[in-house]
Design a protein. Structure first.
Ligand code: F3S
Length: 82
């Protein structure tokens, strides 16, 4: 029997309120990259939700780890995982 269970999560960033602290990139460079022109970090590969103006990216369960850390340490709490 084969169980094809792919647990997914969503990372959400309120980009406009990011203050460019950079800890997300330091902790989780596979997903976060500083955009120095705007003094903010971008969530790599994310798409903008035009209703909320936030950036969103679906990730596999195994990739939650460092993103969770980034969410916890972001000084302005603009990252969340659902
Ligand atoms: Fe911005 Fe928070 Fe990263 S302020 S640069 S999203 S740690």
């Amino acid at each position: 029997m084969c169980y094809n269970v792919l647990v997914m999560a969503k990372i959400i960033q309120n980009y406009k309120d990011c203050i460019g602290c950079g800890t997300c990139e330091a902790l989780c460079p596979k997903f976060w990259k500083m955009n120095y022109d705007e003094a903010r970090a971008s969530l790599i590969g994310s798409k903008k939700n035009n209703k909320t103006e936030e950036f969103e990216l679906e990730i596999k369960d195994k990739d939650i780890g460092c993103n969770k850390e980034a969410a916890e340490v972001c000084p302005v709490q603009v990252i969340r995982i659902e």
